[in-house]
Design a protein around this ligand. Structure first.
Ligand code: PMP
Length: 352
């Protein structure tokens, strides 16, 4: 820390992204990316005339992409917000909807960035414990009196709440914002976008990083009531109005024209997830009933860190968290069956 850093941030512990080592080529199962390339239309759109226009700012309103998303999700243009990855939307939401009087409730085991944002903005927060099976108890969030943030499916457990359970949380918090982070929803959970028409306190946050093969493009979006979208725009126009670059905007629009391609990719991921679950359980692992593009699993023979390190030495990277409650587990990104077969073979070697 330099002597120049504001004392406000002296104890801030930043988020640690999954490692991206360069020492050798790994089978990378640690950052939940898609193994599939963007669709052909996306590749064409990015290679086109757009590149020649990089001397010009992108449209700050992003209306072409917003309009395409509104059509896809059957909502109005005033109900859509786009941003530089969904982390940006979560950041803006903590900035917009939390302060010293209004804190945040989120699950104790969830996406690590929620706590970082709460610390960054100095807001009070409660990490709500999960049940012993790692599921979320919706009633723990009733009458929260605070902004509620829930990843659905949750990360890194992969467990999802039903639409009815989320609706109960919304009903029980009419005066507070409820943020549902649907980063992994396209792999088998139910989206609560339709509830945005009924509940003006709901923000559904989504990303192109996983189910639309665009993690490197950095594109996220939110769907909510016009009032909440307007609040997010207040923050956007107070920080970085040009928050989506031209190429990413073109890629985002083109990807919506290739919906069938992405649906097929996501279906494949869900199938490979079930295959991985069945095969790894044959090796003595237990795993949660994940609805995401990852599996959360623990061995009955080796500890989580030991397994992670042994896999790494064999060229396979998975994600291990040091948190005491989940230290026996690893999170495994579901990729192609061929890559998963390498993971399974290396796991066999480690166990024997
Ligand atoms: N929410 C959750 C639950 C995530 O796991 C991630 C990915 N790390 C994000 C949001 C952010 O994704 P992105 O910024 O790439 O859209």
């Amino acid at each position: 820390m330099s002597k120049f850093l504001s004392s406000r941030f002296s104890s801030l512990v930043p988020y640690t992204p999954g490692e991206q080592p360069r020492d050798m080529e790994y089978v990378k199962l640690n950052t939940n990316e898609s193994p599939f390339p963007p669709s052909n239309k996306v590749i064409e759109a990015v290679n086109s005339e757009e590149v020649k226009k990089l001397n010009l700012y992108p449209d700050p309103t992003g209306i072409a992409l917003i309009s395409a998303l509104a059509k896809t999700y059957n909502v109005g243009e005033e109900n859509v917000f786009i941003s530089n990855g969904s982390d940006d939307i979560l950041n803006f939401s903590f900035m917009a909807f939390c302060d010293k009087d209004k804190g945040a409730f989120f699950p104790e085991i969830s996406y690590g960035f929620y706590e970082v944002y709460a610390e960054l903005y100095g807001v009070n927060y409660k990490k709500v414990p999960l049940k012993s099976d790692f599921s979320i108890n919706p009633a723990d969030y009733y009458n929260a009196g605070n902004t509620v943030v829930i990843a659905n499916p949750n990360a890194p457990t992969g467990l999802a709440l039903s639409l009815a359970e989320i609706e109960e949380i919304l009903k029980a918090n009419p005066n507070d914002v409820v943020i549902i982070d649907e980063a992994y929803v396209d792999f088998g959970a139910e989206s609560c976008v339709p509830l945005t028409k009924k509940y003006n306190n709901l923000i559904v946050v989504m990303t192109y990083s996983k189910s639309r093969s665009l993690a490197g493009g950095r594109l996220g979006f939110a769907i909510a009531s016009a009032e909440l979208i307007s609040d997010l725009n207040t923050i956007k126009y107070s920080t970085n109005p040009y928050n989506i670059n031209r190429l990413t905007m073109a890629a985002g629009i083109a990807s919506l024209e290739d919906d069938d391609y992405y649906k097929a990719c996501n279906k494949n991921t869900a199938e490979v997830r079930e295959y991985t679950k069945a095969e790894i359980e044959k090796l003595g692992f237990t795993s949660t009933n994940s609805k995401a593009n990852f599996l959360f699993a623990k061995s009955n023979k080796v500890g989580g860190e030991q397994y992670y390190l042994a896999l790494k030495s064999k060229g396979v990277l998975v994600r291990h968290f040091k948190n005491e409650k989940i230290k026996d587990y690893v999170r495994i990104n579901i990729v192609t069956k061929e890559q998963i077969d390498i993971l399974l073979a290396k796991t066999n070697e480690i166990l024997n």
